[in-house]
Ligand binder design. Structure first.
Ligand code: AMP
Ligand code: GLY
Length: 424
């Protein structure tokens, strides 16, 4: 069958590579893809946030059997609904379910209503009321813009003054655009964080192996928030008790809650969790694969990804046995100097002699006159598997030194954290 993959980052490169390994898949189209994806798929230059244009392209092409919608924005805009309404098969939640990521106010209300553990919060549409609340709430406090803000709509305010400034920036100065019209003011939680992703067809929930992201730009989780500077899998502290607690108290209740709301979720549901002293709590939901989590999860998947996608769309996920490799996987992101703020593009990328078992996922790359160049803030993901996280980490760092572009920078501590957190 021929498959269209929507998106253009490292996550999509990982999805395309996994699909390429499926005996069921003949041809892959990628909209819009990048230079790495171009080696495995035919690139399609259509704006995937224009859902009607995507539908028109799929209709006209005539040979696309299945579409995988990976990024959050086209999901929130209803691309899956658009394709289904035209009689096409598409993987990903419909618009009414993708809201679980697209609106933090919605997801917080859902968790409150169905008793799913999360940080205490208040929602505000009115600046005066929010500002008054900030004067009395416990500090530190977390401010979250309601809509999609590229992972940057969250402010952790350590002092009351920072909180006053933050609420002003969000609600009066529109620093996060319309996303800041509604703000969730949330209790500050502490503990190790884990990304728990799961496949679900609304009836069955199949967890993937766990992973840990590194959102801050600099070592020791300092610097600005980014889209993710690296990941490792699995989370060392996540044992059988954790898996049971998360499934019973968070994953299944979320699936049932969405069904009860008439918003059945089919696709990949991402639970961003914190292990607090009172148990696991939800920090965020995403309605899709994580980036760069996917880059360490899919290399560990033994089962045919295309079979899983089809089973979810057909509502028969319970029939599939999803299996994972033993060991660990690490992804190190090589970024452009200045990211996540201002950075330059168009820098030539050079590879030395990389070890054979290294996988490179392209995120922000393009071909210019036959030369591979940078075209984004996060440029490449260097990925290796190993017997454990430390072994994979050594391989990744050894090979990252053989890659070069002007201004390239990366964190030196991916895969180090949580080593000492007790497993249970
Ligand atoms: P989010 O975009 O919701 O994933 O938030 C970005 C990051 O902010 C998370 O990965 C956490 O590290 C941090 N964060 C979000 N909410 C809280 C909270 N209630 N308490 C402490 N840290 C938080
Ligand atoms: N790695 C976080 C995300 O995909 O939202």
């Amino acid at each position: 069958m021929n498959v269209l993959v929507i998106g253009n980052g490292g996550r999509e490169h990982a999805v395309v590579r996994a699909l390429k390994n499926s005996p069921k898949v003949d041809k892959i189209y990628a909209m819009k893809g990048n230079a790495g994806i171009a080696e495995l798929a035919e690139l399609v230059n259509v704006d995937y946030c224009d859902v009607k244009a995507v539908g028109d392209w799929v209709d006209k092409k005539g040979d696309v059997d299945f579409t995988v919608v990976t990024p959050d924005d086209p999901l929130a805009l209803g691309l899956v609904d658009e394709l289904e309404s035209r009689g096409h098969r598409a993987f990903g939640p419909r618009k009414n379910a993708a809201i679980i990521e697209a609106s933090k106010a919605f997801s917080k209300e859902l968790m409150k209503k169905y008793g799913i553990p999360t940080a205490k919060y208040e929602t505000f549409n009115d600046y005066e009321k929010a500002a008054a609340y900030i004067e009395t709430c416990p500090i530190p406090v977390v401010l979250k813009a309601d809509g999609l803000a590229l992972g940057k709509g969250v402010l952790i305010c350590k002092t009351r003054e920072e909180a006053r400034e933050g609420i002003k920036e969000m609600m009066l100065e529109s620093k996060f655009g319309a996303a800041g019209n509604t703000v969730v003011v949330e209790e500050f939680l502490e503990g190790p964080e884990v990304s728990c992703l799961a496949f679900t067809d609304g009836k069955t929930m199949v967890p993937m192996i766990t992973s840990c992201d590194h959102k801050r730009a600099k070592d020791h989780d300092e610097g600005l928030n980014t889209g993710g500077m690296g990941t490792f899998s699995p989370a060392p502290f996540f044992g059988e008790n954790s898996a049971k607690e998360v499934m019973e108290k968070i994953m299944l209740p979320t699936m049932y809650a969405m069904n009860a709301e008439g918003r059945t979720f089919k696709g990949v549901l991402y639970f961003g969790l914190m292990k607090t002293k009172d148990g696991y709590k939800v920090i965020e939901y995403n309605s899709r694969f994580g980036d760069p989590e996917t880059q360490v999860i899919l290399p560990m998947l033994k089962t045919d990804l295309m079979e899983i996608f089809e089973a979810i769309v057909d509502g028969r996920l319970s029939e599939i046995k999803v299996e994972w490799e033993e060991g660990a996987c690490v992804c190190l992101v090589l970024a452009s100097g200045g990211y996540p703020e201002k950075y330059e593009k168009g820098k030539a990328i050079a590879f030395g002699d990389l070890d054979e078992d290294i996988v490179i996922y392209h995120a922000g790359t393009a071909l210019k006159d036959g030369q591979l160049v940078t075209s984004g803030g996060r440029v490449l993901g260097v990925v290796a598997k190993g017997a454990d996280v430390e072994a994979a980490r050594q391989k990744v760092y050894k090979n990252a030194q053989k890659i070069h572009f002007d201004g390239m920078y990366y964190r030196s501590d991916i895969g180090v954290k949580y080593r000492d957190v007790q497993r249970d």
